[in-house]
Write a protein that binds this ligand. Sequence first.
Ligand SMILES: NC(=O)c1ccc[n+]([C@@H]2O[C@H](COP(=O)([O-])OP(=O)(O)OC[C@H]3O[C@@H](n4cnc5c(N)ncnc54)[C@H](OP(=O)(O)O)[C@@H]3O)[C@@H](O)[C@H]2O)c1
Length: 349
Amino acid sequence: MATQSGITISAPNAPHLITNDIPVPSLASKKALVKSLYTSINPVEPFMSHTGVLIESYPAVLGSDATGVVLSTSPDCTKLHVGDYVYGCVPIGLSAYSPFQETFLVDERWIFKKADRIGLEESSTIGAGVLTAGHLVLFGLEITLPAPGTSPGAKDEWIVVMGGSGSVGQYVSQIARIAGYEVLASSSKAKAERALSSGATATFDNRASEADQLAAIKDITGGRFRRVVDASAQAAELSLKALEMSTQGGTKYFATVDDSSPMEATPSVTIHRVQLGLLGRVGEPEGRKVTAQTAEMIEKFEPYLETGELTALDYELAEGQGWQAIIDALGGFEAGKFAKKVVVKVQDE
Ligand SMILES: NC(=O)c1ccc[n+]([C@@H]2O[C@H](COP(=O)([O-])OP(=O)(O)OC[C@H]3O[C@@H](n4cnc5c(N)ncnc54)[C@H](OP(=O)(O)O)[C@@H]3O)[C@@H](O)[C@H]2O)c1
């Protein structure tokens, strides 16, 4: 069995280990083998390494956002060819698909093919954010996007985004603006500019008291909203209270990245909880659904990314490259060292 280098963990909370004995994955239908070039760090990496949740088996290779170059393809691949650059969020917790190793598998239906206008480094900031946001907006809020390059016309309606300064929240704002909505985003005061530059029309302070946040939502929107996204996983209660102030008729929608905390259902609000971690789990019904929805979104979003209507996140490049640089970046991420999304160079091409 051919082996390669990379980083593994052997159990929840075990240290990251640099090793040379990771099996090189074998091709299967619709799969391509990709050389890992860049990765960016998401909250799911520390979550998985500490809890073991989503990890299929040990020793486990981690990573979620990836950029790479295609080395070989299975005969039934039609989208991907050798030499293509790809990027996106991999099926999380499935080692063969994970980017913290020399090569990993991608399924050509679940990965973005890089357009020339997108830089290699920055491409690794897009996948998890845009796909999670897409699940929130398209399937959670039941919003349809106009054709790329066309205007849907401005809507006299707001979408409220809790966590509009985060990776997911910034893409929620970008997508909501494409659909013609006004966006009101919550953020810390320090990151309000980031939320505004991603498309939010206005912001409010996510550390203010609940009463003050609700008052700000009411003042700014005049109650003209019936869709709230929690992209922070911190604001379910606030979101549902905000929806009670909506002056809009019809169904109200709450979509959240929080897929585990207990949440009270209310008769007038449709609640959608995103589970991007089920991408690629095609052996289970919910995994098949999430995977099919993700494939649909990738086809839908590729043209917006090609034209620049959807753009990569502002990021910083971590020092160094390779396995130790990834381990250092994971530690720095947990210590709150990075002010922006952090990208790590994995290998030279
Ligand atoms: N369910 C899924 O499938 C799925 C998929 C992807 C991500 N997620 C989860 O979604 C969350 C966001 O991910 P991300 O990558 O966007 O993370 P991120 O870039 O770190 O963004 C976190 C956001 O939460 C806000 N926030 C942090 N603490 C807060 C608090 N106490 N009150 C209100 N807002 C607060 C931050 O605002 P400030 O920094 O401005 O305060 C920021 O806007 C994470 O919990 C992640 O695990 C879930």
